[in-house]
Design a protein around this ligand. Structure first.
Ligand SMILES: Cc1cc2nc3c(=O)[nH]c(=O)nc-3n(C[C@H](O)[C@H](O)[C@H](O)COP(=O)(O)O)c2cc1C
Ligand code: SF4
Length: 518
């Protein structure tokens, strides 16, 4: 009987040599006349173990990693296809503590199935949510999503059900579902991982959103830097269409929903929903003033749901298991699970899906295992380039929208970037301003001009020029940007800058410049 061996096709695994490992395995198996089937799965999200090779045995899947092509011969000699011992053997995949301790709802199938096999998807519980949604009235589907407590995972944390209700209630001859897969936040990769590892869950979530709101057409706007995700989504859409999951009669319901994959051109601001809509319409990616809300006048002026990949990919489990099931995870107003993306200078980087509520300290010290360099953790940036830097003194903050806001931070898309004690926080503050200056769409003055003045002011502080005056000026500039910017690019850049200044003031008082002797 053929033995299934899994080698990921995920971009992170590919970057670490997964294709070469798969080729070496295939060649060596042929030479040895072994009956194996190589399945190219998604990633399990344990980046330090990639490429992670798994073999299916009677005892479940056994993991080996990180595997190099040169390891294949010794792995096969040791009995890889029976799941036997080898220095790279990690035991049962599901028993690896990083994976075992997670609550995988949205990512339940990621790394488990062949991403583009609809049969695998269905065999692992796929399409049940959509089938349930078809049997319900649209308003009841919206109510279930509202009752689940799901909030947008793209950054703002807006309740998904309320957004859907606005679109359902809005008059319009056509309505749209737009999935925001721009994933511009540095250190984040949850959207990419799910699109590469379980694309059907996003298709199912979008189809449910369509049926619930009366939208018949969907778009996934994916950043061009994600070629594997684009390929996986296109392949899965073709399969879903051929199987009647998409098309004029979704699963024979008589209701239409179809979708297209669109590719962005690489601007951070095109992740902002109105700039994204402009880009999707073929216009320059510049932010639109709100109102009107996209839910009322979005794509082509029609009512449009704009949701993040993870928001939409979390809907099938809610429609399958019910609102209460999902709502029972989490704390306060942060319900369900969140895929943490642990990155930067960290020992165990990767994706960790868990209920809201773990403290930042548990995430960094226990799950992440501290820094990769072994030096003390000094700062952690949560929420991407617009998120605040937290010092160790704030590590008791639970991962929850409101708890982070209460400490002048944000959880955003749940990207967590770790820095050790060699980090220069003044440089990080300057970087935040520089990033804003480079990525600004230029529509409003506080962001367009303020960010450039911010870079200059940080430089003057670094040079020891009137540091006190320039620190005050930088804080004042942040205030103007925070309250005077049209969107969160200019409005949130002050978070990393002010948190760096407030929590790490020693880095903002460099020694005064000494004139060169001679
Ligand atoms: C500058 C900027 C960049 C953004 N980038 C993204 C992004 O890459 N992905 C995303 O889902 N949301 C991004 N957002 C948030 C979107 O504007 C919007 O709130 C989100 O797509 C709504 O989906 P959700 O409710 O499911 O989170 C960004 C916002 C701003 C201001
Ligand atoms: S804050 Fe910046 S990115 Fe946002 S609209 Fe204004 S100029 Fe554009």
């Amino acid at each position: 009987m053929t033995v299934r061996i899994y080698v990921p096709r995920d971009a992170a695994a590919l970057a670490l040599g997964a294709d070469r490992v798969a080729k070496a395995l295939s060649r060596e198996a042929e030479t040895r006349k072994l009956d194996i089937t190589i399945v190219r799965n998604g990633s399990r999200g344990m980046h330090w173990l990639e490429p992670l090779v798994e073999v299916e045995t009677a005892q479940g899947r056994i993991a080996y990693g990180p595997v190099k092509p040169s390891d294949i011969a010794s792995l096969l000699d040791a009995g890889l296809i029976e799941g036997k011992a080898h220095p790279l053997c990690l035991g049962g995949t599901e028993e690896i503590p990083f994976l075992k301790n997670q609550t995988r709802l949205t990512f339940a199938r990621c790394g488990v199935i062949d991403p583009v096999s609809l049969d695998h998807y269905k065999a692992h519980g796929g399409l049940k949510g959509l089938e349930n949604a078809i049997a319900m009235a649209p308003a009841d589907v919206v109510k279930q999503v509202t009752d689940s407590g799901l909030r947008g995972r793209g950054g703002a944390g807006f309740p998904t059900g309320i957004k859907w209700k606005t679109v359902l209630d809005a008059p319009g001859d056509r309505k749209y579902i737009v999935c925001n897969a721009d994933e511009g936040d540095s250190g984040t990769f949850a959207d990419r991982m799910i699109m590469e590892g379980d694309p059907f869950v996003l298709i199912e979530g979008m189809a449910i959103a369509g049926l619930a709101t009366g939208a018949t057409k969907g778009f996934v706007y994916i950043r061009s830097e994600y070629p594997q995700a684009i390929d996986a989504m296109n392949e899965a859409v073709t399969v879903a269409r051929a199987a009647g999951v998409l098309g004029p009669s979704v699963l024979g319901s008589g209701k239409a929903f179809d979708m297209e994959i669109r590719v962005g051109a690489g601007a951070y601001v095109c992740g902002e929903e109105t700039a994204l809509l402009n880009s999707l319409e073929g216009k320059r990616g510049i932010v639109r003033a709100k109102p009107p809300l996209p839910a009322l006048q979005g794509f082509m002026g029609r009512p449009t749901v704009v949701n993040n990949v993870i928001s939409l990919a979390s809907v099938p489990i809610i429609m399958d298991k019910g609102a209460d099931f999902y709502r029972d995870f989490g704390m306060g107003r942060s319900r369900g699970t969140i895929p943490l993306q642990i990155a930067g200078n960290v020992k165990h980087g990767g994706l960790y899906e868990t209920a809201f509520g773990l403290t930042l300290g548990e995430i960094i010290d226990v799950i992440g295992g501290g820094t990769a360099t072994g030096r003390p953790v000094r700062a952690v940036q949560v929420g991407g380039p617009l998120g605040a830097y937290f010092p160790r003194a704030l590590f008791d903050t639970p991962f929850d929208y409101e708890a982070f806001a209460a400490k002048d931070g944000l959880i955003g898309h749940a990207g967590i970037t770790v820095f050790d004690d060699t980090v220069d926080m003044l440089k990080q503050a300057r970087f935040a301003m520089e990033f804003c200056a480079v990525e600004s769409c230029g529509k409003c003055t506080p962001c367009r001009i303020g960010s450039t003045r911010g870079v200059e002011t940080a430089d003057r502080i670094a040079q020891g020029i009137e540091p006190e005056k320039n620190r005050e000026l930088l804080a004042d500039l942040c205030n103007t940007m925070k309250f005077g910017s049209l969107c969160a690019l200019g409005g949130f850049t002050p978070y990393p800058v002010l948190s760096a200044m407030n929590h790490f003031p020693e880095d903002f008082s460099p020694a005064p410049m000494v004139e060169a002797a001679e």
